[in-house]
Design a protein around this ligand. Structure first.
Ligand SMILES: Nc1nc2c(ncn2[C@@H]2O[C@H](COP(=O)(O)OP(=O)(O)OP(=O)(O)O)[C@@H](O)[C@H]2O)c(=O)[nH]1
Ligand SMILES: [Mg+2]
Length: 435
């Protein structure tokens, strides 16, 4: 099945391009340290997911590019074309002359309805090019006007036009709950910045660097894998992802971690073992560490039989990150020997779900992007509680002091809409809090 990517606003377009780039260099840059046959079926599965075979021989990304100003789109198109490995369709983009001025309401209530028809026509055309459409992957930031506002609007339109397709939102920084999408995959710029500085040893960090890390992480999830039952590469990556991680529509915030992550020139001198990688990844999960450095090893799961709910327990437990569901993806050598039993530990999970259903693993012997072994974790857990709570507090305060509210009301967003959003967010916060 194929995935249509919808890139919205500056951030969405810049990240989207890096994602296609990462996928392409994974496929072309290495043989994946596996058999030729394995590598070929990996290629085929990847192509079907993300690219259209073109007559020119250069694969064309299954994507629609949208921004309210032309600059980023034209850069994105031309950088992709210059790569020589892949490109965007010349007609699958839409832009206007002026951005949404960092105003969500402008994107949502003005640009959205005004340009709905053109944008949805582009999406429709892209969807029709798929033999089998698996769903949509929308990429946007939560801070600008186009990505966030128009992005929310377009997501709703996608939901209406394709009621049975999966929609995964990728967002930079949380600001909304994405009512129309099936799940939100969240990356925080701060966190990725730290990875660039501390793990990749970069000095002057640009958006490009940040985006490449994000793209690598996304690629590590969406490149082909076998699911537990699978004899062939999974055909429905978005559907499989939702099935593994979103058991209930009230819980759909997903976080992504990936190890190892290091500069390419250090890779040659490093060896990794599955038990080591899995141990670290598990501790990153329970201690809510976003990267492999500075993990707090003190944090441990509540003891079985302890009747104290995690929200009332002692200090150490307070930092314990409870999960709803986890998906671990292993790529590379000897994945069959990797023991993932520690992720099936019931004390990692909320009690209302059977731990057997709460954990899934995908694997492939094909190495990813020059890493002989790599492990990724997509988790539906309490990881975003704190940032989300901060955002809502801040938004409440600003709303109470009427700061900027007129910037929204002038585009038809009422005070009541604010209150509704606060209520919705607080509901999400409280649901995740009581896990
Ligand atoms: N990670 C990452 N974040 C970005 C990038 N570009 C912008 N951002 C972040 O996105 C937010 C701004 O959103 P933009 O995407 O620039 O806004 P837009 O969607 O184009 O909306 P308007 O310009 O208001 O029409 C800020 O928080 C930036 O830090 C990028 O390439 N990568
Ligand atoms: Mg912009």
């Amino acid at each position: 099945m194929s995935i249509v990517t919808v890139q919205l606003g500056q951030c969405g377009n810049q990240i989207g391009r890096e994602v296609f780039n990462a996928i392409c260099s994974d496929v072309h840059g290495t043989h994946g340290l596996c058999s030729k046959k394995e590598n070929e079926s990996y290629h085929d599965a990847c192509k079907e997911r993300f690219f259209i075979e073109a007559e020119s021989g250069v694969p064309v990304a299954r994507a629609v590019l949208v921004d309210m100003e032309p600059k980023v789109i034209s850069q994105t198109l031309s950088i992709a074309a210059k790569s020589g490995y892949w490109k965007y369709d010349d007609h699958s983009h839409f832009c206007q002359k002026q951005g949404s001025g960092n105003n969500w309401a402008n994107g949502y209530t003005v640009h959205g309805p005004r340009h709905k028809e053109v944008i949805m026509n582009l999406v429709q055309k892209e969807a029709e090019k798929c033999d089998r459409l698996g769903g949509f992957f929308t990429i946007m930031s939560m801070a600008g006007g186009t990505g966030s506002g128009l992005g929310a609007f377009v997501t709703q339109c996608l939901r209406d036009a394709f009621p049975s397709s999966f929609i995964l939102n990728h967002v930079i920084w949380p600001y909304g709950t994405g009512e129309s999408s099936d799940a939100l995959l969240v990356h925080e710029n701060d966190v990725i910045h730290k990875i660039c500085a501390q793990l990749m040893h970069m000095k002057q960090i640009s958006f490009r660097d940040v985006n490449q890390i994000i793209a690598h992480q996304l690629g590590s999830v969406f490149q082909p894998t076998y699911t537990a039952e699978g004899l062939h590469y999974s055909r429905n990556p978005l559907g499989d992802l939702m099935e593994a991680l979103v058991p209930h529509p009230e819980f759909k915030m997903l976080g992504l971690r990936n190890i190892p992550q290091m500069p390419e020139n250090s890779l040659a001198y490093s060896t990794f073992s599955w038990p080591g990688l899995i141990k670290h990844l598990r501790q990153m999960l329970i201690a809510n560490a976003k990267m492999e450095e500075g993990i707090d090893w003190q944090v441990q799961p509540p003891r079985p039989g302890s009747s104290i709910p995690s929200s009332h327990s002692t200090n150490k437990l307070l930092h314990f990150n409870t999960s709803i569901a986890n998906l671990v993806i292993l790529r590379g050598k000897d994945t069959h020997s990797a023991d993932l039993g520690s992720f099936r530990d019931p004390s990692l999970y909320t009690s209302w779900l059977n731990p057997q259903d709460a954990f899934s693993a995908w694997k492939t012997p094909r190495a990813f992007n020059k890493y002989e072994k790599s492990a990724s974790l997509v988790s539906n857990s309490q990881f975003l509680l704190k940032p989300l709570d901060n955002v809502v507090q801040k938004a409440w305060n600003m709303f109470a002091s009427k700061a900027y509210v007129h910037q929204y009301t002038k585009y038809g967003i009422e005070e009541e809409d604010f209150l509704d959003s606060f209520t919705a967010l607080e509901q999400v916060i409280s649901s995740y809090t009581v896990l």
